[in-house]
Structures are given as C-alpha cells and as structure tokens.
Design a protein around this ligand. Sequence first.
Ligand code: CA
Ligand code: CA
Ligand code: CA
Length: 170
Amino acid sequence: MVSSEYERRIAGRFVTFDQDGNGYIDREDFNVAAKALLAEFGTTARSDKGQALYAGAEAFWQGMAGIADRDGDQRITRDEFVNGAVKRLRDNPDRFAEIARPFLHAAIDVADQDGDGRATVADTARVLRILGVTEDLAGTVAAALDTDGDGKIGETEIVPAFARYCTVPE
Ligand code: CA
Ligand code: CA
Ligand code: CA
C-alpha cells in the first residue's frame, strides 16, 4: 500500500523529467531542457557552455535510461520510472548524483554570468523555472539551495539537493 502523498510526489518528479509532457521520458526531454536553458540565458548551442550542456543532457539521459528503461525502447514510461528509477535512485543516491552532475554543472555554468563557477540565487531561480519549478516556488527553492549563505549556488550545493529531490522517500 503506497500513500497518496508518495504517489503525488512521484508524479511530480515524473512531470519534472517529462519536459515536453508527452507522457514518457526520452532523450528529447533532455534536449528540450537544454535548449530552453540556453534560450533563457542567450547562449548559443555552439558555444563551449552550450556544447557542455548538451553533452551533460545526453549523459543524464543515458544514465537514466541505463537505470530505468527496462525494455530498451529508448523511452521511460511512468511505470518504468516508478518501479525502476525511483527505487534504484533511492537505493543509490550517490550514483544518481554522478549521473546528473555533468548536466547540473553545465546548467550552473550557463547561468553563471561572471565566470566564478556559481550562479546567483536569482539566476538559479531562472534555471529552476525553466526546468519546471513553478514561478512562486522557484525563488524560495533557489534560496534554500544556498546552504553556505554566500548568495550564490555552486555545483556542490545543487547536485546533492537535486539527488534528494529525485529520491523520494517511501
Ligand atoms: Ca517526454
Ligand atoms: Ca522503456
Ligand atoms: Ca552558496
């Protein structure tokens, strides 16, 4: 018996990954996210940051597919997500962090305007909005990511937070 709260949270995570909303997660969702992030920050796909973001998106997709695409059709259905990804991510959050790290690192770089390797809370909120966090929540979530309180978000802050978000406790 699973709680409705658990189901609701899982559904939320699935929607986060299903960026184009067609009911399954596939490579295109990761490309959609990368493209939208680059557009938001006026960065071209050909630039170093753009190429790193697409490479990170591809690595993230490959890692997710390796964990969850049990029938190998290059799509992660909701069932595969719930019964594959979520359980295995919970068993091994560190592995998930490694899968997501190149994409998150590249996303921070795209949002990083002054080249210090971190993005401001406001720019991180823009990233979160693009990735599907609602307008009213994005600022609060971004501020909460700044665990060392320096007003900026770095990879060491966003990767563990994202892993925690995706590993839904039962
Ligand atoms: Ca999709
Ligand atoms: Ca599949
Ligand atoms: Ca910080």
